[in-house]
Design a binder for this molecule. Structure first.
Ligand SMILES: Cc1ncc(COP(=O)(O)OP(=O)(O)O)c(N)n1
Ligand code: TZP
Ligand code: MG
Length: 540
């Protein structure tokens, strides 16, 4: 062993593939470029090479790795690993049984195992700490590198479930790397979102094949990867994710910024919401564009102060939505998701889960059923909550559901109802391998309540919930670089609720309420006196 196995650095784990080398490059060239620029662990994965060639290549690459004090792992072939005295072996669920591999290899070598389901993790605790050193969790995203995958990509959410299972089962010695479709455009998000729910751990590394092996410039590709992996903050929007007390003065500042910047709010929304949402956006000094044309999303995402609202009330083609999400993420512009009817039908569940897998949202806004469904909390989980009234239980459940969704997707979440709940799961964008969320769990997240008494007429018009999405997207879109996201989100909810109350006192029925709501939003926005708004904010 080049280094004791407990000291292995899993952070950037290169798995080779000689079938995808760019013209003029050898496997040796690519591994060398990787090692020179920060690859911390190497696995030779040869699916179609003769044993003789595999052994020769293995010896060569081992020598190279050891010059960099990096261990060499062999994929699948225990015989080859033993023949060349490699530092370890990686086996999958269908390869040689793990206890046999360990017996052949002895106690000091590194043994890695592929895991695709959380139930597979239970075996680790049964085997104990002397069996498996790390697991490769995958596949995270679709990849052309591994053929005949038996399971659909799990996304960061599936990976978090496995890391959580690891903690729950007590197999805390076992390190974790994620694998499958990992490239610079998604790695930060994967590290950011993949955490155990007890806050005690995150991924120990990123494992990948094509990003380095197929690269015409493997050195530069590795430098880019290394920089991302060593980052300490995921800055997915170009304004601030810092905490705030959200005072009236803070909200006032947000509105002043919106007035100056006049954000462009792209709506990919349902038909019923389109007209009303456009008018709400205009009332808030912003420019609506109701477009779901795939070919223009990149252009729109590059406009300063653009923001995107995706409302899945009408189901747009998934590729259009994912293209838009990728573009807005690339240009660090905010995306608000309104997962309409989440889990009401299978298709809505799949669509919303797909969107959440492929992008980083700044805010998820839903009603209580949507947020409860996204949280995965059931009423049985609430048993034991000490509450004196049904109302208190309900509020407690909704607050916890809002926090749970915020933690799961590392985002801000708004859960609407008579009381609106807002949770901040971003932890200021903190990014780190291994240490998770520093023991912070969902229930520890900041949570704000916005209250203004019942406004029943809100439910008598179309698109009133959807237009809160427009309001949040407007205020977020308008933030300057020093603007604070939570001020805009809480401010938007407070503004919308106050306008709803004001409009309800002026309206004669649901028809005039529609008009009065727009007038009230226009008035409150332009007056910009949050200290006088009727909706009040308090911290949980
Ligand atoms: C780090 C890492 N994780 C997972 C795998 C996949 O192993 P397996 O499931 O056995 O599939 P093959 O790689 O053998 O096709 C891996 N190789 N490395
Ligand atoms: C070996 C392996 N196991 C699961 S996915 C995968 C291939 C990952 O390749 P890439 O990094 O090119 O997506
Ligand atoms: Mg295998």
């Amino acid at each position: 062993m080049i280094i004791p196995k407990q000291d292995v650095n899993y952070s950037l784990y290169l798995v080779t593939d000689s079938a995808m080398l760019p013209p003029g490059k050898t496997l040796y060239d690519q591994v060398k470029a990787g090692l020179e620029n920060g690859v911390s662990l190497v696995q030779i994965r040869e699916k179609n090479t003769d044993t003789k060639n595999f052994v020769e290549e293995g010896l060569q690459i081992k020598k190279l790795c050891h010059q960099f004090k990096v261990p060499l792992i062999i994929n699948d072939r225990v015989d080859v690993a033993m023949a060349i005295d490699a530092d370890g072996i990686h086996v999958g669920q269908d390869d040689m049984p793990v206890p046999m591999v360990r017996k052949l290899l002895g106690p000091d070598k590194i043994l890695g195992w592929s895991v695709g389901f959380s139930h597979e993790v239970e075996q680790l605790a049964k085997w104990g700490p002397d069996m498996i050193d790390y697991i490769g969790i995958g596949t995270i995203f679709p990849t052309a590198t591994k053929k005949n995958l038996k399971k659909a990509p799990m996304g960061p959410q599936g990976c978090s479930k496995i890391i959580t299972a690891l903690e729950d089962s007590g197999a805390t010695w076992c390190k974790t790397v994620a694998i499958g479709g990992l490239h610079p455009d998604c790695i930060e998000r994967v590290i950011y979102q993949c955490n155990a729910s007890n806050g005690k751990r995150s991924l120990d590394g990123i494992s990948l094949v094509s990003d380095i092996m197929a690269s015409p410039d493997a050195a530069t590709s590795t430098v880019i990867l290394r920089k991302i992996i060593d980052g300490t903050q995921f800055k997915f929007v170009n304004f601030q994710l810092s905490p705030s007390n959200v005072t009236a003065a803070d909200v006032k500042k947000v509105i002043s910024q919106v007035k100056q910047t006049r954000p462009l709010v792209q709506h990919m929304t349902n038909k019923v919401h389109q007209n009303f949402g456009a008018n709400v956006t205009l009332a808030l000094g912003s420019s609506p564009i109701m477009s779901d044309v795939e070919s223009e999303v990149r252009d729109l995402a590059q406009i300063p102060n653009a923001s995107l609202l995706i409302n899945t009330g009408s189901i747009a083609p998934v590729t259009t939505l994912t293209t838009a999400i990728k573009a807005y993420n690339e240009f660090k512009r905010p995306i608000v998701l309104d997962p309409v009817g989440y889990s009401a039908t299978e298709i809505r569940l799949i669509l919303n889960d797909t969107l959440l897998t492929y992008g980083q949202f700044i805010c998820i806004k839903g009603n209580s059923s949507e947020i409860l469904a996204l949280s995965g909390l059931t009423s049985s989980k609430m048993k034991g909550v000490d509450a004196t009234s049904t109302e208190a239980v309900t509020k407690e459940l909704l607050a916890l559901a809002t926090q749970t969704v915020a933690y799961k997707y590392r985002t801000y979440v708004v859960c609407t109802g008579e009381t609106d709940f807002i949770a901040d799961g971003t932890l200021s964008g903190k990014l780190s391998l291994s240490t998770g969320t520093d023991d912070i769990t969902a229930k520890d997240l900041p949570c704000y309540l916005v209250e203004n008494g019942p406004i029943p007429i809100m439910g008598d018009i179309t698109a009133s919930g959807c237009s809160l999405g427009s309001t949040i997207a407007s205020l977020l879109g308008g933030l300057n670089e020093d603007g604070i996201a939570i001020d805009a989100i809480v401010g938007a909810v407070q503004l919308y609720k106050s306008a709803g109350k004001l409009a309800s006192t002026r309206a004669r029925g649901s028809g005039s309420f529609h008009v009065e709501l727009i007038d009230a939003l226009y008035q409150l926005f332009n007056e910009n006196k949050p200290e006088e708004w009727t909706a009040k904010v308090r911290r949980l």
